[in-house]
Design a protein around this ligand. Sequence first.
Ligand code: ADP
Ligand code: MG
Length: 626
Amino acid sequence: METKQFKAESKRLLDMMINSIYTHREIFLRELISNASDAIDKIYYKALTDDTLTFDKENYYIKVEADKDKRHLKIIDTGIGMTKDELENNLGTIAKSGSLAFKTENELKDGFDIIGQFGVGFYSAFMVADVVTVISKALGSDEAYKWESKGAEGYTISPCEKDSVGTEIILKIKENTEDENYDEYLEEYRLKAIIKKYSDFIRYPIKMDVTKSRLKEGSDNEYEEYKEEETINSMVPIWRKNKNELKDEDYNNFYAEKRYGFDKPLKHIHISVDGAVRYNAILYIPEKTPFDYYTADYEKGLELYSSGVLIMNKCADLLPDYFSFVKGMVDSEDLSLNISRELLQHDRQLKLIAKNINKKIKSELQSMLKNERDKYEKFYQSFGRQLKFGVYNDFGAHKEELQDLLMFYSSKEKKLVTLEEYVSRMPEDQKYIYYATGETNERIEKLPQTELLSDKGYEILYFTDDIDEFAIKMLMSYKDKEFRSAASGDLGIEADEDQAEIESEQKENKELFDYMKTILDGKVKDVRVSKRLKSHPVCLTTDGAVSIEMEKVLNAMPNSQNIKADKILEINVHHDVFHSLKEAFAKDKEKLSLYTNLLFNQALLIEGLPIEDPVEFTNNICKVMV
Ligand code: ADP
Ligand code: MG
């Protein structure tokens, strides 16, 4: 019998498969099952238009059989089959699968992710088999043919016997090597697991004769094994089911089964779209932050299926970073099984799906915020930070999209509020959206800078997250209201005392303030009369773009540049301490220096900033006491 050569391109791929060092060999089964399913589909579609043909569901299935003694693994289908020519053309050539054409020789040698991510079809059988035999009888044909290949040398085709229409693929599984265990592909439990993992949602039953045991007849303690045919796959994927048929529990089970997370999802989103692009998706918003979520190890992405066949575990292109917490899957008939990662990225269908999903997630979050506030707050505790990063990242490109999902703790409500809520209840005379930063809400509550604002009855948003102020700087304003820090030099408030009085106080005490500035040499930019202090003697505020909180964050970064905020020491001229300052200035400069340093350090402490020399600070306190 003549041995025919593979076409050049096919030979190259075949070589890759045979010599593959790839670890996910198990996907060969996914490929062969998906081909079998395609072959049954072809009959199904033909029957739709061909009156002489009927499609009885019971007659169509895929069967997987393992024979350990012969080392045979068979994949049998009742699909459309192949004629002699088709065997020759379909299995002898593979150039049509576009993915390969776009890869360079080196990429192929190095990466091999082409197999893992997309599979390369029929030839993947050679990853686990020395010999591949295909016996097929095409629909409407009386003859059957056998195609056989041991790999690179080529293949043979010869007539053979086969009763029914369809295809039988026989793999002669390789012997184990030192590094590789091939026996597992003959083990019932492994085969079942692989089928479950990759092909659970194939529309047709995938059957196996499964070993069971039962009591021997007439015995009450002796067991015997027997085989029983079982359907391994669940066939109807949950995402193709009608939403009305499904309960929360079903979605929760799917979440657990898929190991999307170990918590219970807060919310599921079931999408079925049948428009310009057709797809089904089940998405989840987890309740708890995965332990690695805010680390570089976390990988975002959704599972991607093409007509029920898993083609990618984590398709990152489907989710924007700010929704990276979303888990779940997408199945589309419009994506090809053999599409490469590069092509996928540019795939128009995939882009449409991603856009669609993004919109859907956003609207679900919005409605959760509106209708299920408690749930939303739980969500926000876990992932709010990511949304704030989303506002900040990409130079604020997504800020408009995300601003209404943000929440901050409010001085008035003592709970999380949205910007919309804040702005809607702003008094007429209030110009800005005020915020104060600090480590905890309790600490911010006690900040002297907020005294005037609280006095005026203005609501203050508490920023306790590193990212908060950065995000808000990117946002700049909400509904035309600018954000303003409670610690900023200008609060935009007509203070209770009139401006003239403050200015005259400032003028009157100019020498004192200048002197204090020299005492604090370089530590503050200015010493000023405070408009905002009511009961506290001093506080720190800032001029310019960098706030004290930002200084803390920036300097905590690994390669910090020692960035300094322009600090202003504000003095409450109505406080008794101020009179002591004045007196010391007139009579005892050394005392003034002592007081000034003490007050400055106090202000630092209140701000949650470290004081330079704690020992000196405590000594100074003692000096005052003695
Ligand atoms: P793809 O499935 O992407 O077309 P494959 O390498 O998996 O690429 O398969 C090549 C071709 O071989 C298929 O397109 C199909 O025409 C044919 N084929 C493979 N397996 C079967 C089968 N079980 N029944 C009928 N045709 C098959
Ligand atoms: Mg295929």
